[in-house]
Write a protein that binds this ligand. Structure first.
Ligand SMILES: O=C(O)CCC(=O)C(=O)O
Ligand SMILES: [Fe+2]
Length: 213
C-alpha cells in the first residue's frame, strides 16, 4: 500500500469534525515550501491570464462586480505547480470517498486573486438539487497575513449567526458542504490569493456531466 501524503493523512485524522460540523479548518494543510511554490506561481502569472469571475451558470452567467471582485484562473495539468495541487486533491477525493461514501466524482478548482478592497458577498456555492458541487475547498496562499489585513472568510449558520471568521493565512485549508453554509469574503487591505475548489458528484443528464463553470 502506498503511503498517504502527510497533508491527506492530516485531513483524514480530522474527518470526524467534517462529519459532525459540516466543515473543517486545517491551519497547516501544506508545508511552507509547498505553499510558497503555489504562491510564487500565482504571482508570476501575467495579468491577462486572470479572468473576471462570473456569477451564476451557463446562459444566466454574468460578471457582476457588485457581488464579487476577484479574478480567477482555472487549474489544469499544464504546469507542475497546478498538476501537483490537482493530484493532491484527487488523492483527498479518493480518501474521502473511502471514509464517507460521498461518491465524489471529480474536482475542479481555480486560483483566485482579490486585489486590495475586493470582496465576494454572501453566497452559497451550490443550491440543493441544482448543482453537482457538494464539498468546497478553499486553500490560502498569503504569507504573514494579520488580523489587521482583513479579508476574512466569514461562515454563517442556519440563523444567520457567524460561525467562523477565518483569516486567509498561508497553508490553511477550509472544507465545507457547498449547499449548507452561506459565506462571504470581506474586503482586505492587501492582495489576497487562494485556490477555491469543488468536489462534485455526477448528476449526469443524458450521459453528460453537468458543467458548472
Ligand atoms: O476565498 C475564500 O475565502 C472563499 C471564496 C469563495 O467563497 C468562492 O470562491 O466561492
Ligand atoms: Fe464561495
Amino acid at each position: 500500500m502506498s503511503r498517504l501524503h502527510p497533508s491527506i493523512a492530516l485531513i483524514m485524522a480530522n474527518i470526524d469534525t467534517l462529519v459532525d460540523n459540516g466543515y473543517l479548518i486545517v491551519p497547516d494543510f501544506l508545508a511552507p515550501n509547498e505553499v510558497a511554490l503555489l504562491a510564487n506561481y500565482a504571482q508570476q502569472l501575467q495579468e491577462d491570464r486572470w479572468q473576471h469571475a462570473a456569477i451564476g451558470r451557463e446562459h444566466s452567467k454574468t460578471t457582476n462586480s457588485q457581488v464579487r471582485r476577484d479574478r480567477i484562473k482555472w487549474l489544469d495539468n499544464s504546469t507542475t505547480a497546478e498538476a501537483d495541487y490537482l493530484a493532491l486533491m484527487e488523492s483527498l477525493r479518493l480518501q474521502i470517498n473511502r471514509a464517507l461514501f460521498m461518491g465524489l466524482f471529480d474536482y475542479e478548482c481555480h486560483l483566485a486573486w482579490y486585489p486590495p478592497g475586493s470582496f465576494y458577498r454572501k453566497h452559497l456555492d451550490a443550491f440543493k438539487g441544482r448543482s453537482n458541487r457538494v464539498l468546497t475547498s478553499v486553500f490560502y496562499l498569503n504569507q504573514d497575513w494579520s488580523a489587521d489585513d482583513g479579508g476574512e472568510l466569514v461562515m454563517y449558520g442556519n440563523n444567520g449567526e457567524v460561525l467562523e471568521r477565518i483569516l486567509p493565512e498561508a497553508g490553511k485549508l477550509v472544507l465545507f458542504l457547498s449547499d449548507v453554509f452561506v459565506h462571504e469574503v470581506l474586503p482586505g487591505k492587501r492582495q489576497r490569493l487562494s485556490i477555491s475548489g469543488w468536489f462534485r458528484v455526477n448528476n449526469s443528464i443524458g450521459g453528460r456531466i453537468d458543467p458548472s463553470r
